[in-house]
Design a protein around this ligand. Structure first.
Ligand code: KIV
Length: 331
């Protein structure tokens, strides 16, 4: 992104002074309003549109990816995704925590607002973090409203029948809700780790029932994370709302991946269900190493990256006394 005060393409003779003649900098433009403002050529994606994206009805698969900031949202939107999830995986991928239990509603509001400032055509989905909807329906609606006021157009929350009441309350407040079932990372302590869910017939049936329950509570779609392919296929077939899978096989109505996994930005091995489409951490590390070598070797900055002084400025500092002539300092 260009520096807020200097142009990013200095040219020979450019002193870099962007001030007005009276020396006063113009005020920065006001931030864009959050909400579905389309980029040229792409209409904004809406909740009813996503709600209708059942593959069995001939719809295209839903493409969803996480993003946590303005550049990430710009890249995701430029890639043409349908939904940008400001996931609570912010915790692991950006803030350096071990799990998602450490992000707060304030963290999610700040990052949802950053994503919304990209004005993506993709639907902005804000994730409700742990303990922002567990205490009461009123707390859940208040938290969901905070995300909407930050720029989210819908919210996502984890859990099945035990969350039906809060889903109903949020939907009743006119805020669309996406459910999240299976391996729900906010339940890491209760699950005893990150484990694929619904592996036996009993727990698989319970997942199907939970999916029916969140649909009945008013969810417009549901994420299925870390469940066997056949269970995801069964849930997808019994629901009228779309399913969005992550580690749930190919039969869901859509797929979601974490931005950092998809782009190879993370450290360490990725889970089985991830396909890295790039290795940007390697590219970025090599770029920083090249910069470091150039600075240490005197190759950066060069002519093209330098603001050149005018001839008169140059003359003032030329000659035997150099800087002392211009400054009046005694050498
Ligand atoms: O926060 C997140 O990244 C998520 C996805 C895994 C669905 O909830």
């Amino acid at each position: 992104m260009a520096s807020p005060t200097l142009g990013d393409h200095p040219t020979a003779g450019d002193t870099g002074d962007q001030s007005r003649p009276d020396g006063v900098r113009p005020p920065p433009p006001p931030p864009p309003p959050p909400g579905p403002v389309a980029r040229p050529g792409r209409p904004p994606v809406t909740v009813p549109q996503v709600r209708a994206q059942k593959r069995r009805d001939g719809a295209d698969p839903i493409v969803m990816v996480t993003a946590y900031d303005e550049p990430g949202a710009r890249i995701a939107d430029g890639g043409g995704v349908d939904v940008i999830l400001v996931g609570d995986s912010l915790a692991n991928n950006v803030l350096g925590y071990e799990d998602t239990l450490h992000v707060t509603i304030d963290d999610m509001v700040r990052h949802t607002a950053a994503v919304a400032r990209a004005r993506p055509a993709a639907l902005v989905l804000g994730d409700l973090p742990w303990m922002s909807y567990h205490l009461s329906a009123e707390q859940a609606v208040t938290s969901a409203a905070a995300l909407v006021r930050a720029g989210a157009e819908a919210v996502k929350l984890e859990g099945g029948p035990s969350r039906a009441r809060v889903i109903e309350a949020i939907v009743d407040a006119e805020i669309p809700v996406m459910g999240h079932l299976g391996l729900t990372p906010q339940s890491v302590l209760a699950m005893g780790g990150y484990r694929v869910q619904g592996r036996d017939v009993g727990s698989a049936r319970a997942l199907v029932d939970a999916a029916r329950r969140v649909e009945d509570a008013g969810c417009f779609a549901v994420v299925l994370e870390g469940v066997p392919d056949v269970v995801a296929a069964e849930i997808t077939s019994v629901l009228s709302i779309p399913t969005v899978g992550i580690g749930a096989g190919p039969d869901c109505d859509g797929q979601v991946l974490v931005f950092h996994d998809l782009l190879g930005l993370g450290a360490g091995p990725v889970p089985k269900f991830v396909r890295p489409y790039a290795r940007l951490a390697e590219v970025a590390t090599a770029a920083v190493a090249a910069y470091a070598a150039d600075v240490r070797g005197g190759a950066f900055p060069g002519e093209a990256e330098t603001y050149h002084g005018s001839d008169s400025l140059r003359a003032a500092f030329a000659g035997p006394e150099g800087g002392a002539a211009g400054s009046g300092a005694v050498g």
